[in-house]
Design a protein around this ligand. Structure first.
Ligand code: FES
Length: 462
């Protein structure tokens, strides 16, 4: 939002701080200017779920008014876009700055674009300029005005209130804080004489649209995955079932809302691993106990013997993008000392090279819409690069997540993300997911570029 014309991060600005001042949200921007931004974002693929983009557009608008010639990269420091990996946002910002916003609306097939986005996101998605304006249809936006609000309570139950503030006061939970604890890989490498070893930490999927769902008594709850796949993280969200149960118990519509701290405390994490492998493809991988993880590893690395281990820490999920698959394939690549093409079961193929730039090539059937496919591939490349080099969350001695703020997740910011070049192999074959293969290939190539050090993240504290 703009406060007296200056960009402010709305989600951490208390209303009392803006009392008596002029507040402008994206809806209050001049409609022609709003269309310029949203068309540019849509044309470059700078918006996927669209949760982050209204704030980012206002940040860029503020910069454009103050310093029209400035490079926009640094302006993104206060924001997080988890979907796009920044680059397409910067392309949109530069296009607006330089007046290169040729309208492509009429010639674009938005249904084909949405089909590609759905294949890449794993959930039904829409594509269009309105998405960049935050109109993708988020779960909480359609909640009835008279709904009770329910938030996770400190005792493991739900706290209810007429407003989010009232419910949060009743919850007794601690809002976001950043700990000084270090993230430490919780598992030890199984004994053996290995060509390569790897240990990883818990990581936070860090999706932007937090878990939310609402339900009327006797009704069906809304889906917390309204316009984004959350990289597999919200598939098992408790929000819909809780909304239904609480609506039936109270006889009123109920909105379930997670804060960022709630999602970080309660959300499912990428399972940590510790493994060793040899160049012949054989090895052993210890993994935090996670339903489905042994099958995910076996599908791509049958020579790895998987041991699931109970370890005090946050709950984990094999639904997260490439969970187990990435770690197993990277470990085998490390043992061979080389990263080859990645082809995932049921999905596409990708290669990646990581140096001053990240160069990826993807083969995933008919592209359907190149801007969307490129956007998802760049986002996936950023996610793979960021995971290996920087991401981890700390836990306390009891295994509770100690870092509850976005800044503590270690997501690589725009200023430290290498440019990503995407080559799309053209094909008329049935379209399949390509960005997951890009994610795995880029992560493995990033680890190779760092010389296969035995712990992820490789650069934290460097
Ligand atoms: Fe930025 Fe989804 S488009 S978080």
């Amino acid at each position: 939002m703009l406060v007296d014309g200056a960009a402010r991060v709305a989600c951490v600005t208390p209303a009392r701080r803006v009392a008596g001042r002029q507040v402008t949200t994206l809806a209050g921007l001049d409609s022609a200017r709003r269309a310029t931004w949203s068309d540019a974002f849509c044309a470059t693929g700078a918006s996927q779920c669209g949760f982050c983009t209204p704030g980012i557009i206002l940040r860029l608008e503020s910069l454009a008014r103050r310093s029209p010639e400035a490079d926009p990269t640094g302006a993104l420091a206060a924001h997080l876009c988890r979907c796009t990996g920044w680059q397409t946002i910067l392309e949109a910002a530069r296009a607006v700055r330089d007046g290169n916003t040729a309208p492509g609306r009429r010639s674009r097939d938005y249904e084909a674009a949405a089909r590609r986005a759905t294949i890449e996101g794993g959930r039904p998605q829409v594509v269009g300029p309105h998405v960049a304006c935050g109109e993708g249809g988020f779960a909480d936006d359609s909640a009835p005005a008279d709904a009770l609000v329910a938030v996770p309570a400190a005792d493991g139950g739900w706290a209810l209130g007429e407003t989010p503030a009232e419910a949060r006061r009743a919850a007794g939970t601690v809002m976001g804080r950043r700990s000084t604890l270090r993230a430490v890989p919780p598992l030890e490498v199984p004994p053996g004489d290995w060509d390569c070893t790897l240990r990883t930490c818990w990581t936070e999927p860090a999706y932007l649209e937090l878990d939310a769902a609402w339900c009327v008594p006797g009704g069906e709850p809304t889906d917390p995955l309204a316009n984004g796949g959350a990289f597999g993280a919200k598939v098992r969200s408790e929000a819909p079932a809780a909304a239904r149960r609480l609506a039936d118990q109270t006889g009123r519509p109920v909105r379930v809302l997670y804060s960022r701290a709630d999602a970080t405390r309660l959300g499912l994490k990428r399972p940590p691993v510790a493994g060793g492998a040899n160049a012949d493809g054989r090895g052993r991988l210890a993994v935090a106990r996670t339903p489905g993880i042994a099958e995910a590893v076996a599908a791509v690395a049958p020579g790895l013997e998987v041991t699931e281990t109970d370890v005090a820490g946050p709950a984990t999920s094999a639904d997260l993008r490439g969970a187990g698959t990435l770690e197993a394939l990277a470990l085998l690549a490390g043992a061979r000392g080389a990263v080859g093409p990645v082809r995932l079961p049921g999905g596409g193929a990708a290669t990646a090279q990581v140096g001053d730039i990240i160069a990826v090539e993807v083969d995933c059937g008919h592209p359907l819409d190149e801007a969307v496919l490129r956007s998802y591939c760049i986002g996936a490349a950023h996610m793979g690069y960021s995971l290996v080099t920087s991401e981890a969350i700390a836990t306390d001695a009891g295994g509770a997540v100690a870092d509850l703020t976005v800044r503590s997740f270690g997501v690589v910011p725009a200023t430290r993300t290498p440019p990503v070049e995407v080559t799309v192999r053209h094909s008329d074959c049935e379209p399949v997911n390509g960005s997951d293969a890009v994610f795995v290939a880029t992560a493995a190539a990033t680890w190779l570029a760092r010389g296969f050090p035995p712990v992820w993240p490789t650069d934290r504290g460097a």
